[in-house]
Design a protein around this ligand. Structure first.
Ligand code: ATP
Length: 282
């Protein structure tokens, strides 16, 4: 099964319509997200960037059904999201806290399937496939604390994949690992995305990472949040850390997104991007 990733004609899998999120507080509420509007076609790999405090985590939690929205609508496969959807899996930055140290790697990966009532033989097979996909065939019997940080994050990714999600949501998943491990994990995400055809929403602080990974980068404004820019990453689909990062278009896209983030720091929910930005090749 190797579905073609994304494509202009693909129908939107995920729709975020006029999303507003106000956190209730004793003093009347914090308007974190003002009016977010975008959609994601099936199979796309979208990176989300924005200044610190822009509402990236708030957006992901709303999409993941972990946080009630104030108004607007979020739809997955045409259904409004009001609770964590079965077709979605989330990977957070804190892999150390998301894995249970007293359970083997295999048991950690199987856990969500066990909670979903999947039979033991099916769980075993799904966990073995997922560990294979992240390059950890031999780690099933180990414990998380016997693995490096990068390997633990691979386990967290395997656990999400074992669930066979249609949408994989990742909130700064590589922020806590060293640069070399991070590069390896970025390449792993591209491979998994291409092999499994899963739709990925990937939040990162790292502009270079967003350009390297994404087919598209959505730039959020400062909170209260709107979409500040929506950039098409028209780099060749085959990416590698040396060639892609030294491509002239990579540098142009990186500069454009950097400028947008600088602008975003002063844009508190006023200017909204309406059409995707396509940078002209130099
Ligand atoms: N539980 C909460 N109660 C009140 N305000 C909150 C709460 N969580 C977040 N906020 C506010 O909402 C806004 C967006 O926060 P959020 O954590 O979503 O941003 P972020 O872009 O993920 O930040 P960072 O890049 O620093 O991780 C911020 O102004 C933050 O202070």
């Amino acid at each position: 099964m190797t579905p073609e990733p994304s494509g202009a004609a693909a129908r939107p899998l995920l729709v975020v319509e006029h999303l507003k999120k106000v956190y209730p507080t004793a003093t009347g509420g914090v308007e974190a997200v003002r009016d977010l509007h975008f959609s994601v076609p099936e199979g796309q790999l979208v990176c989300i960037v924005g200044p610190s405090g822009a509402g990236k985590t708030t957006l992901l939690k709303c999409i993941a059904g972990l946080l009630p929205i104030t108004s607007g609508r979020i739809e997955l496969l045409g259904e409004a999201i009001t609770a964590p959807p079965k077709a979605m899996a989330v990977v957070f930055q804190e892999y150390g806290r998301s894995l249970f140290p007293w359970m083997s790697v295999e048991a950690n990966v199987e856990l969500p399937l066990k909670s979903a009532g999947v039979s033991k033989p099916e769980r075993r097979a799904a966990a073995a496939d997922a560990l294979h996909a992240v390059g950890l065939d031999d780690a099933g019997g180990k414990y998380p604390w016997q693995l490096s940080g990068g390997m633990q994050q691979r386990v967290a990714i395997a656990r999400a994949l074992a669930y066979k999600p249609k949408v994989l949501i990742m909130d700064e998943p590589f922020a806590a690992v060293d640069a070399q491990t991070r590069a390896d994990l970025e390449d792993l995400i591209r491979v998994i995305w291409k092999q499994l055809g899963v739709t990925i929403l990937f939040v990162t602080h790292d502009i270079d990472e967003s350009v390297y990974l994404g087919e598209r980068v959505v730039v959020l404004s400062n909170s209260p949040t709107v979409v500040q820019d929506d950039v098409v990453i028209d780099l060749p689909a085959e990416r590698d850390q040396l060639t892609t990062r030294s491509h002239p278009q990579f540098a142009a896209l990186r500069s454009h997104i950097y400028e947008q983030i600088q602008r975003a720091k002063h844009n508190r929910g006023t200017e909204t991007a309406s059409t995707p930005t396509v940078l002209r090749r130099h």
